[in-house]
Design a protein around this ligand. Structure first.
Ligand SMILES: C[S@@+](CC[C@H](N)C(=O)[O-])C[C@H]1O[C@@H](n2cnc3c(N)ncnc32)[C@H](O)[C@@H]1O
Length: 746
């Protein structure tokens, strides 16, 4: 189904739905949103963005949404551009952002509670059909979800018939709970009450899948979305969780994720490294992707994480992933090359393993893609193995079934580095299949007669030398099975996942270990809290600003710039933050880690808290393109003002840090008041304006909320009292959805 829809007259959305089950509107679970800006630019967003659009457009709240069917891309591009008039009150705005802010404002949330209820996509669509002109495209023609060339190429695989027929079926919606989220238990309790959850089939190895679930129906779409928005769960395909499960990541590790967007595995890594909300992680997670637009989507997701303090986002080609340096030992010229304990190479691929989830891809699948991808995949894996520390682990993965992108790339890397440098780590048996040791390499026009492919390098030379890449042809010797029997045998350690193994599409993993001897990263010395013992909070601000705050001044500039002194000074004073351990404990709060504050590379004059390891990175060669780093402390407020009190809100993730350290502007509220704030009400407070942190008092919280860590909200003091801040308002709606199912305390 392809539709274009008036986004409650707020914007124009174009929705294209995967064609797996066109007669069933529940296939909206795999909806993608194509959003055209007033500039004519199109953006393809993910399901989460669609669900938000769905909610704000009125499906949830009973305002109008019109959907029309577009039969092709031309029709989509001719659809009218967005209108910037509010559908509910008719007010006009000069920009879409202003309109969105208005739509999310209190006036539009007033009736939310009354109109809320559990609504599935199916119900929503039924309502829409009553009100709007919703038509459906013709169902898929018989055999349209297949590709003859694909079948011819893979027909020699074991279980091919079974794989082929399972590839025509839908893969279930899977998600994982986020154990560091205070809300995961409540979200699961609510979901269990509304939907039938089960463990994904085939993923039950060694208890590692303990937080992964599959949904047997689409009944809880709204709740799922709300639980995801407030960080209690993350949607992710079951097979896509395997790479991080195999990497054995620990919080103090240095980890690189070379092809990270849209950040599903990055979020999984963060969960393992970040600790509880408000903690500052000791480790380092450097993530990279070469697509700026995909990075932008991914960044939004990681910024919603409760604790992105160890994270640094780079945008560049993974084949040239920069060499980073650190000066943790304090030697003046001793910046050392960073080598990573864990590297994830989840490389770009032809993606035929995803066709079960996105059947529209069958029409465009072509064997030449697997040949094209082999080169970039090999180069990324080579770079990954180079930056890996001795004894470190690297996970190579694709969502392709092609041995040219999988075993061939692995074999080429093994040959390049040799057994003295790297080995393939055998993985405990579960339902997966072993890697292949023989395969055929197709020519690019394999789809046409006579469907030519070669089993060995010699066969190519006999046929035509011009097929070799050195003669300008498409084939490389590294695409073929290795000649050495030992190298072929080692490939059995690779992991092949296919639909016959469970609730999966096709997926491939190989786990490498760098065998060269060398030290592993030990958990770092905990920050010397006595460093600041003689200094008051303000003195420390000055030291950090002057660059005198660390032992042995290093002449090599830091990768993350020193904090903006004025903003930091204001923040410290406004919240009464103390960097001295003794002073802080006298007042019953935690010390504020002032030495970990840096400038936000993303927000002008913004501040971040980064991990110790991130702070130690120095700039020795060219500056990589840093898109974001650490946990943002400040977020843009609604006002355009020079006064930081009006200019900034507290970023929602940082509210938990300030809740532990602030001696001022901290408001502890009971359960009822917390819910009232989420509903858009204000709470009487001192007549001043500026940011405030609201903390839920756990003593007033009903037991069935399962809350063990207090929830914190970024709030703002206004003329009419304390309200949820702009930065927290996106979460407000989803938090309310998850919390309001708990019975009120009388
Ligand atoms: C399979 S996706 C990664 C999925 C991601 N790991 C996740 O779990 O959400 C592959 C990514 O590689 C990126 N990519 C493609 N070529 C690249 C290159 N040369 N360097 C870095 N990233 C690249 C693509 O933009 C894409 O986002």
């Amino acid at each position: 189904m392809q539709t274009d829809g008036g986004y409650g007259k707020a914007a124009t959305i174009y929705v294209s739905c995967d064609g797996s089950d066109r007669s069933n509107l529940s296939s909206a679970l795999s909806i993608r949103l194509v959003w055209r800006h007033k500039t004519g630019e199109t953006h393809i967003s993910d399901d989460a963005a669609f669900a938000k659009a769905w909610q704000t457009s009125g499906c949830d709240r009973g305002s109008s949404l019109s959907l029309h069917v577009c039969r092709n891309q031309d029709q989509l591009s001719q659809a009218p551009l967005e209108n910037r008039t509010c559908a509910q009150c008719g007010q006009e705005f000069s920009s879409r952002n202003q309109l969105m802010r208005h739509v999310q404002s209190l006036a539009h949330y007033g009736n939310e509670e009354k109109s809320e209820g559990v609504r599935s996509v199916r119900q929503g669509m039924a309502e829409l059909q009553d009100r709007c002109d919703v038509k459906e495209l013709e169902p898929l023609g018989k055999g349209q979800g297949r590709c003859k060339a694909w079948e011819l190429y893979y027909q020699d695989l074991d279980d091919f018939q079974q794989i082929s027929s399972l590839m025509q079926t839908a893969v279930p919606y899977c998600f994982r709970t986020v154990p560091t989220s205070p809300l995961w238990e409540l979200a699961m309790k609510n979901l269990n009450a509304e939907a039938t959850l089960r463990r994904p089939q085939g993923l039950a190895f060694d208890g590692a899948a303990c937080n992964c679930w599959a949904l047997t129906s689409d009944e809880s779409w709204n709740l799922l979305q709300a639980a995801q928005d407030c960080g209690a769960i993350q949607r992710q395909e079951a097979a896509s969780m395997v790479p991080v499960m195999l990497l054995q990541v620990e919080p103090h590790h240095f980890v690189a994720d070379l092809c990270a967007a849209p950040a599903s595995k990055t979020l999984q890594l963060l969960d393992l490294m970040a600790g509880s909300p408000g903690d500052v992680s000791p480790g380092l997670l450097v993530v990279n992707d070469d697509s700026w637009s995909r990075c932008a989507t991914a960044l939004r997701r990681t910024h919603q994480h409760a604790n992105p303090s160890p994270l640094m986002w780079l945008c560049g080609d993974a084949r040239e992933f920069p060499t980073l340096h650190d000066h943790s030992d304090g030697r003046v010229r001793g910046a050392r090359k960073i080598r990573f304990d864990r590297v994830l190479c989840d490389v770009p691929c032809s993606g035929d393993g995803r066709l079960r989830r996105s059947p529209s891809g069958w029409a465009s699948w072509h064997p030449r893609y697997m040949l094209q991808m082999h080169y970039v995949q090999s180069a990324i894996l080579k770079r990954g193995l180079t930056i890996l520390k001795p004894s470190g682990l690297l996970l190579y993965s694709t969502c392709s079934m092609s041995p040219i992108e999988n075993e061939a790339v692995v074999a080429a890397a093994m040959e390049k580095f040799g057994p003295d440098q790297v080995r393939l780590v055998p993985v405990e048996e579960w339902s997966h299949a072993k890697g292949l040791s023989t395969w055929r390499v197709p020519v690019p026009d394999f789809a046409s007669e006579p469907h030519l492919s070669f089993g060995t390098r010699e066969e190519v030379s006999e046929h035509s030398e011009s097929l070799w890449c050195r003669n300008g042809g498409p084939l490389a010797p590294t695409m073929f099975p290795p000649c050495n029997p030992e190298a072929r045998a080692a490939l059995s350690h690779c992991i092949r996942i296919s639909p016959t193994h469970g609730d999966f599409g096709g997926f491939f993993c190989a786990l490498f270990e760098k065998v060269a001897p060398g030290p592993a990263t030990l958990p770092p010395r905990l920050l010397d809290s006595t460093e600041g013992s003689k200094a008051t909070g303000m003195k420390r601000v000055k030291e950090v600003k002057d660059g005198k705050g660390t032992k042995g001044t290093n002449p090599i500039p830091s990768l993350l710039a020193a904090p903006n002194g004025a903003q930091l000074q204001w923040l410290v004073e406004w919240f009464g933050l103390l960097s001295d351990e003794e002073e802080a404990s006298k007042l019953g709060v935690q010390r504020f880690p002032l030495e970990l504050v840096r400038n936000d590379p993303n927000l002008k004059d913004g501040l971040i808290i980064s991990s110790q390891s991130l702070c130690r990175l120095v700039l020795k060669h060219a500056r990589p393109r840093v898109l974001a780093a650490g946990m943002p402390l400040l977020a843009d407020a609604a006002e355009i003002s020079k006064d930081p009190r009006d200019r900034f809100d507290i970023a929602s993730g940082a509210a938990a840090v300030l809740a532990r350290c602030a001696t001022k502007r901290l408001l502890k509220v009971c359960w009822t008041t917390f819910l009232a704030l989420l509903q858009g009400e204000s709470v009487d407070q001192a007549a001043e304006t500026g940011p405030l942190v609201v903390v839920l008092d756990l003593d007033s919280t009903p037991a069935e909320s399962h809350l063990k860590i207090p929830l914190c909200l970024s709030a703002r003091l206004t003329a009419r009292g304390a309200v949820v801040a702009v930065d927290g308002s996106a979460q407000r709606h989803s938090l309310l959805k998850v919390l309001s199912r708990v019975r009120q305390v009388k």
